[in-house]
Ligand binder design. Structure first.
Ligand code: EPZ
Length: 416
């Protein structure tokens, strides 16, 4: 098990290039299944989850060539319509092969993803939507077995906003017979990026980014080239780290227009933000002020940024409230922060943090992807050394994080 050792107290200064978005790359890799033509992708991040998704597609027969951030995929010879449990259990996003497989091949066997640290995370909305489009679905021995001669367009209402639910059904609808309307659809930028890629492949999609997406099915999709959008959560994570540790950093190859809520909160905390084109500069020369956050579907405050802000609130001036409305158990980082001396009370889905002047370094443990980012930020500001165990969680979603942080002046190293 690898660990990260962090010597706290350094400010962060310099430039960091933001990688392609994990949560856009994962559905877009699955979109390759919708055509026999080659799909050329750029700016694909080098992450464990992306590697797992590539392996999953390759075991189905997708030919994949990787050169740095360029990934070429060809699903011309698919000989297996299955996503096995041993791959799905480590990466829930594997569920995203379900829609494309049923749409193009009329059949799929995908393992039910288990729960995960942050919640039970069912996929009932994915299944209900495919059934509405005419798929026969049986769940047996932990697998979803879906069959459909040809999916038919349908009107589908999501009674909960679901990002991958929206993505799965949007992909399925591109090859269905007729028009599909997804109501109460997720508005996340990653959904829009996937729609742009599908449209480049010949899909007919309107309304991506709004809560109503209309897809007019076509007979076939063709190959295309697409550059994956920048990762807004990686961007937010580095900005919060600099707001907590103090300093002056510039993010390059990123986008500010999809981070409004996060940038506003950082300014409320006392940071100075300057945006120009694809760069964001943040300067922080004071102890952050505590800020309240309440997570909700985009464009509200992102649940994937909740833990990072909690780390900043632990050493901020004043008290703050963090309310998590998306997942039922996304406070796993609280008990680890308490080990560093943080003053946090949790009542249901609400955490109250009383900012203290100083955290003390200690040995702590990562529990899930964004919680581990939170612990890295806490380690950057704690006095003395913090050692974080189980950092495989971090490697799932952050490309070379210790290299990027070291380049900004952090004293951080990986212990084999
Ligand atoms: C996506 O997960 C992201 N993952 C998550 O990012 C992100 O936290 C989440 O959206 C919310 O923004 C990817 O895009 C790969 P949901 P997803 O379906 O799609 C419930 C990260 O850190 N629900 O939007 O799985 C569900 O339990 C990851 O990068 C159902 O009840 O989330 C949750 O409470 C973590 N039934 C809520 O809806 C369903 O069929 C939102 O889940 C589907 C979801």
């Amino acid at each position: 098990m690898q660990k990260l050792a962090i010597q706290g107290g350094s400010r962060l200064n310099g430039e960091v290039r933001i990688s392609g978005a994990k949560n856009a790359a994962l559905p877009i890799l699955c979109a390759s299944l919708l055509t026999g033509d080659p799909l050329q992708l750029g700016n694909v991040p080098d992450l464990n989850d992306v590697a797992t998704m590539r392996k999953l597609l390759q075991q189905m027969g997708v030919a994949i060539v990787v050169e740095g951030g360029q990934v070429a995929l060809s699903a011309a010879q698919i000989d297996k319509l299955e996503a096995p449990y041993d791959m799905v259990k480590t990466m829930r996003a594997a569920i995203l092969v379900l829609g494309p497989l049923v749409a193009r091949f009329g059949e799929a066997r995908v393992s039910l993803p288990g729960g995960c640290a942050i919640g039970s995370r069912p996929v009932d909305l994915h299944i209900k939507g495919l059934q509405a489009m005419g798929a026969e679905i049986h769940i047996e021995h932990g697998y979803i077995h879906a069959q459909a001669r040809r999916l038919k367009g349908a009107r589908i209402f999501f009674d909960l906003v679901s990002v991958t639910g929206t993505e799965n059904l949007m992909m399925a609808a591109t090859l269905a017979d007729g028009v599909t309307v997804l109501e109460n659809a997720a508005r996340e930028p990653e959904v829009v990026d996937l729609a742009h890629c599908l449209i480049a492949m010949g899909a007919r999609i309107e309304g991506a980014g709004s809560d109503t997406i209309t897809v007019t099915g076509v007979e076939k999709l063709h190959g295309a080239s697409h550059r994956v959008m920048p990762d807004r959560i990686e961007s937010g994570t580095f900005l919060v780290a600099a707001a907590a540790a103090g300093g002056n950093i510039t993010l390059t190859d990123t986008r500010a227009d999809i981070l409004d809520n996060v940038l506003e909160k950082l300014q409320e905390a006392g940071a100075t933000i300057q945006v120009s084109g694809s760069t964001i500069n943040l300067q922080m020369n004071q102890r952050p002020r505590a800020v309240n956050v309440r997570t909700a579907p985009y464009p509200a405050f992102p649940t994937d940024m909740q833990a990072q802000f909690m780390a900043m609130n632990c050493i901020a001036e004043g008290s703050s409230m963090v309310v998590e409305t998306i997942f039922e158990n996304r406070f796993m980082h609280v008990q680890e922060l308490r080990r560093l001396g943080a003053q946090i009370d949790v009542e249901g889905n609400t955490a109250v943090i009383r900012g203290c002047a100083q955290l003390e370094g200690a040995a702590i443990m990562a529990t899930d992807l964004r919680a581990s980012a939170c612990l890295v930020i806490a380690g950057l500001v704690a006095q003395g050394e913090t050692v974080i165990d189980r950092i495989y969680h971090l490697d799932r979603g952050y490309e070379h994080i210790e290299a990027k942080l070291s380049a900004l002046g952090a004293q951080i190293r990986r212990i084999k």
